[in-house]
Structure formats: C-alpha cells, structure tokens
Write a protein that binds this ligand. Structure first.
Ligand code: MV4
Length: 674
C-alpha cells in the first residue's frame, strides 16, 4: 500500500477520500487554490500544497502543478475525486509517466469511453445492448433520414461527442428530420468541435439506472449492483437510491453482466459506472460509462457495507479485489439527497455567500450509519461562484424504501442552515411526493410533478411571524408567558418608550418574506396577556424559550391554544424560522436598506440584487451622480446587470472592485444626498 496519497480535488469528495485514507493509515496531501486556504479539505489532510488561483483552470485543472506537488511531498498516488481531472486521459497518462499511481482506470480506458459513438461501437461488439439506432460514420443527410425512417419515430439525434443532454434533438416525423439534423450538427460543431451525430429510437419515460463496477489489474471484475438516478433536473441528479425500485434478480444479474462486459471490453481497472437507460417494461440499453468514482457512490456503500474508496486504493496499489461476485450481498435500501446552496423558486439559481449556521442532526460523517453526511464545508465557510454550490450529501438507509424515505424526510427537517438559500424544502417535498413515494420514477418526474413540487407561495402560517417576533422580544429580555416577569429588573413594558399605541402596549413588526413581500404583524400586551394581530385577526400568544448551544433560540409558542415548536436564528436583520421541517426566511423591513426605492433613505446604499461578480465600476468616491446614472455593472446568472443611481447625490464609498464576488444583498456603493 502507498504511504502517502495526494488528493487532487476539493470539498466533499476530498474530505471523503481523506477519511478513508486516514483510517487506512495513509498520510494525505491536500492541494488547494487561493479560495480554499482555510477550507475543510485542507484541515482534513496531513499536508497541503497551494497550487494556484481560485478559477479551476488556475489550480485544480493544472496537471503540472498537481504532479509537482505529489513529487514534492513524496506522494506515490493521486486520487482525482470526481470532476476536474478525474476523466482526463492526459492527466492519467502524465501520472503514469511520472511513476505515480493514478487512482483510476488506465488512460486507454478513459479514451475508449470518451467518444459516445466509438464507445457504442465497442459495446455492440461486446454484446452490450444498445438503443436501436445508427451510430456509424456515414453522415450523409439522406442516408441518416432513411436510417431514422427505418428505426421509426420519434427518434433522437445526438451529437457523437456530446453528453449531459447537450446537442440532442427529438424528431417526431420524417418531414422534420432534415431541419433537425442541420440544427443539431450546427450545435454539435460549435459545442464539441465535431458535427458527427448518431440516431436512436427515442424512449418515452426512461429511467436512469447505473451499475457500479470494479476491476483489478489481475483481470478480476465484479459489479456492486445498481443505483437508480432517475430523479434529475436538467441532467443534474437530485436524488439517488439503491437498489432500484422494482428491480428483479434476473434483471439485476443481466444488467450486472452487461456492465462487467462493458468494463472488460475496455480493459477497465478500478471503480467505474456503466449507465443504462431503462424502459418501463425493464428493457435496458447502454448509454455511457463514467470512468471515475461518482458523487452517488455512498448509496452503494450503504447497501453493500463496503468502502469503495478503500477498494480503489487497494486496486491502485496493485492489490486484488477484496471480494468475488458471489460474496457480494445487498441489504436494505439507501437514498442520497444532494443539498445545494440554491433557490428552487428562482430556477435553482445558486445562492452565494456565507454559511452563518450549518448543523446536521445526529449523523455519522463519511461512515456507514442510518443517517450519514458527506460534506465539505463548515459553519462560517463561503459558497463561492468558482465551484459547485453543493453543501453536503445526506445519505440514509433503512430496512426498506419507505423506512429510508421517512428517515430522509426527518433528517432533512432537522438540518439547520442560515445565511444562504437551500433546496432542503424542495427535497422534502420530493421525498413526500406521491409519485416519488410510489416509486413511479423516470427522468421526467420533477417536470411532471411540477405543480406539487413548486406549490404557489401560500400565506405563511401564523406561527412563523409569531416565532420570529417572539424570538426578537425574547432576545431583548421580554418574557413570553403570562404572569411571569422577565429577568430584567424593571419590566420594559412598563417603561414609557414610545411603544404605547392607542392605549395598548404594542409593537409593530414589519417583516419581508423571501420574495420581498411585506408581512406585517402587531404584538400587544394587556394585563400580562400577549395578543398577535395579523391580517385583521387577533390570536392569543404565549411563548417559552430555551437557548441552543449554537446560538439562536428554540421556542415553543402557543397561538390561540395550539402549540408549535420551532428554532429561530437571528442574524442581523435576517431571521430564519424552522417550523415543521421547513425553514422560512424573514427580514426586518425597517433594517433593510431601501436605496433602490423611489426617494430612498437619506444615507443611501445600493445592494446587490443577487449574488454575482462585479464587472466594472463607473464611479469613484466623491463623484457627483444624477438619478439614472450607471454606477456599476455586475454579472449574475451569466447576464449583466447595470446598477443605476436611484437619485441625485455624491458617491461616498465604493465597496467593491471589478472582479470581486458579491453576496446577495451586499451593499455595493454608498451615496450621500447632494
Ligand atoms: C435518451 C433519452 C431517450 N431516448 N436516448 C440525456 C443525457 C444523455 N446522456 C442521454 N440522455 C437521454 N437519452 C434515447 N434514445 C432520454 C435521455 C434523457 C435522460 C437520460 C438519462 C437521465 C436523464 C435524462 C433526462 C432527459 C433525457
């Protein structure tokens, strides 16, 4: 076995690999970019080497710098993780040439699976089933149309060099074929540098089922059963599970044998995944092979009890596979959910910024347990636009699918995140969705179930603003239960502080919800009794609080005789309320900067409308500006946004420079009234 392993990656997968390497007694070397000097994966390793700038091209994609780091630290092996250089044939070869073990397949196997049409030709020879179609070199349009006519419509035209859904065209009939072909070829040429296409019968309601395979350098091959990754949105996996619901033993054996045949055909070594597309009746066809460890590998670990990274390291060190096919067993059911810093209601726009709070419930990290978390960030870390905005993976297992689903639903509800938007509420709706619960899975599930998964913004339950207001008052020393006096020596409600409104002690809270809609409530106290007024209704309110070790309050409120329990985190003007497994973000309106409003506040500030990058700044401190003048341009969601002055004034301060990343709501510029 190696003594020292370099991990050529970051985040969750780097931490995952480090956990196993440490358990096996290996020394670990992290590499890191400018953005990652203080990140968790660096702390998780014994040594760390800085390899360049925050942009992947300047660091994690630099084969030369990574190989130099391995030589400098005496590492005998490099684990590439996933993404970055993991499926880069030249990098695998460069490692081999430098006498360093690449923890992955030989460069030749990466190359063989790189071209979709060449891979399909190889698979056909190896007897692996393919979708009926044409994947040869003849590209004459009339010839291809006759192929499509013979296959039968609808057909799919795919770019041979493509992948991930780009460069695909569905064609419904022969008359549409020529135009679709021309358009697909144009896109393929500009996206992939080759306009070669293949034609396939278009499958309706397909499922994505993949087989985990493993091979050693002694010619042994096994499969570790299947994963169902059908729940995707725009070719991004959202939920993965193992085993695949409805899989029979015979079909599992047939798919496993086909996957092993695929691996054999390219002389595979190490961990790989053979992706199939399956029809509702169970017929399956080879799609592609991923020549790396995959994000969703933990569900396979959970049902087999094996550590796939340990297997990878043993195989890369020249060892034999730790088990033969007949020794492998599957038990229980595992589900993985990818937790992202993103906003599902805004088209899954990444949410960039600082994780003010990140807490998981009772869980094990990178280990077999009923609730497992594989994460790469901690409280206080930032999610930057340079890298994937995944916060963590939550993996659960149960005796069966329903037990796993219930455990996932509960574990998702226990997560505490503040500072960023996440997809957690969306994942909970998905877990509870009737089609998902019934395992009616296909790649169109999220679109098909859109209305259930994206419910219109209903009115907030009364308990949410009640919890928010109660937490604020609690933090200011007010007691929430009638008859009890607060700890403060004089009851603040007895002080003449301007809270007396029309004869009552009253306080108005102007909250804004996540959409910026006003959510106004009033709290009154009369004779030791609290009352909440909302939308013309008045409800009796009591609360009791207990402090949480990590800050914030766990509050119990009784509203109109009904009990609710929730956590409330106060961070500046942002209030995060967790109630019944759902988090709600409220902002205190009177503390929000209103510079973009007509007339604005007299001090004046301008805030970023969404996370992004500053492209250019048109003004300097001291400049006089007129209403409507361009102040700066920022880029967000791949579009440019011009920030203009809301009024006449003088620039007091510019807080960012071109190239800077800004968080949602960050103050960009301060403008004083002229
Ligand atoms: C297909 C298909 C239906 N019929 N091929 C999408 C990504 C690329 N790797 C292959 N893809 C598909 N190929 C035929 N003949 C439907 C898809 C597809 C899909 C496949 C797997 C997982 C998610 C998907 C989402 C949409 C479409």
């Amino acid at each position: 076995m190696f003594e020292t392993l370099l991990i050529a990656n970051r985040g969750e997968i780097a931490c995952r690999v480090a956990a196993t390497a440490r358990r096996m007694g290996l020394r670990t070397v992290a590499v890191y970019s400018d953005a990652d000097a203080h990140s968790r994966h660096v702390a998780a390793c014994d040594m760390a080497v800085h390899i360049g700038g925050a942009e992947p091209r300047a660091s994690y994609l630099r084969a030369d710098a990574i190989i130099a780091a391995a030589k400098q630290t005496g590492a005998q092996a490099i684990h590439p993780g996933y993404g970055f250089l993991s499926e880069n044939e030249a990098f695998a070869q460069a490692c081999a040439d430098a006498g360093i073990a690449f923890v992955g397949p030989p460069a030749s196997a990466i190359a063989a699976m790189g071209s979709k049409s060449a891979a399909k030709a190889l698979m056909e020879k190896a007897g692996v089933p393919l979708v009926p179609g044409y994947h040869g070199d003849e590209q004459d349009p009339d010839f291809l149309r006759r192929q499509a006519d013979a296959i039968g419509y609808p057909v799919l035209i795919k770019a041979s060099a493509g992948g991930g859904g780009k460069g695909m065209r569905i064609v419904e009939s022969s008359v549409e074929f020529d135009a679709a072909l021309a358009s697909c070829k144009r896109e393929a040429a500009s996206s992939f540098g080759s306009d070669q296409v293949l034609i396939e019968r278009y499958l309706l309601k397909p499922r994505h089922i993949e087989i985990q395979v493993f091979a050693d350098s002694h010619g042994n091959y096994v499969h570790l059963f299947e994963r169902d990754c059908s729940v995707q949105r725009r070719h991004q996996k959202v939920i993965e599970e193992a085993p695949a619901p409805g899989m029979t033993e015979e079909r599992r054996r047939a798919m496993g044998e086909a996957a092993v045949a695929a691996a054999r055909a390219v002389g595979y070594v190490g961990a790989g995944t053979v992706e199939f597309i399956a029809e509702p009746d169970g017929r399956f066809y080879f799609m592609e092979m991923n020549t790396r460890l995959q994000v969703e590998h933990p569900v396979t670990e959970m049902i087999t009890g094996l550590d796939l990274v340990e297997w990878q390291l043993r195989v890369a060190a020249g060892g034999r596979l730790p088990a033969a096919q007949h020794e492998l067993e599957l038990s229980g059911h595992a589900i993985e959910a990818r937790i992202y810093a993103e906003n599902p209601e805004k088209g899954f726009l990444p949410s960039i910024g600082t994780l003010d709070v990140l807490e998981f419930p009772d869980h094990a990290e990178f280990a077999l347990a009923d609730v497992r978390v594989d994460g790469g960030v901690r409280t206080g870390d930032t999610i930057t636009p340079h890298y994937d905005p995944m916060i963590a993976k939550l993996i659960v297992r149960g005796g069966d699918r329903n037990e796993a689903r219930a455990r996932m639903l509960r574990a998702l509800g226990d997560i505490r995140v503040a500072g960023l938007q996440t997809n957690i509420a969306f994942l909970r709706r998905l877990m509870a969705d009737q089609a998902f619960a019934a395992a009616d899975l296909d790649t169109g599930l999220i679109e098909r179930r859109h209305d259930a998964l994206f419910p219109p913004n209903g009115t907030l339950p009364d308990a949410v603003p009640a919890l928010a207001a109660a937490a604020i008052l609690q933090s200011q020393g007010y007691a929430g239960t009638a008859g009890r006096r607060s700890q403060t020596p004089s009851d603040p409600w007895d002080v003449a502080d301007g809270w007396r409104v029309s004869g009552h002690h009253a306080r108005i809270f102007n909250f804004l919800d996540a959409e910026g809609q006003p959510e106004d409530i009033e709290l009154r106290r009369d004779g030791g009794q609290w009352t909440l007024l909302r939308n013309g209704e008045s409800l009796a309110l009591e609360w009791a609080a207990e402090a949480r070790d990590t800050g914030g309050e766990r509050l119990r409120v009784r509203l109109d005789g009904r009990d609710h329990a929730g956590d409330v985190l106060l961070a500046g003007e942002t209030i995060t309320v967790y109630l019944d497994g759902v988090s709600h973000i409220l902002r205190l309106h009177d503390a929000v900067a209103h510079a973009q409003d007509e007339g604005g506040s007299p001090g004046g500030s301008l805030t970023a409308p969404m996370p992004g990058k500053i492209i250019s700044v048109a003004v300097r401190a001291g400049d006089t500006v007129k209403s409507g003048d361009t102040l700066l341009v920022m880029e967000a969601m791949k579009m440019e946004h011009t920030i203009v002055s809301p009024r006449d004034g003088v620039v007091e301060e510019v807080f960012y420079q071109p190239g800077d990343q800004v968080a949602d709501g960050a103050q960009l510029i301060a403008i004083a009234e002229a």
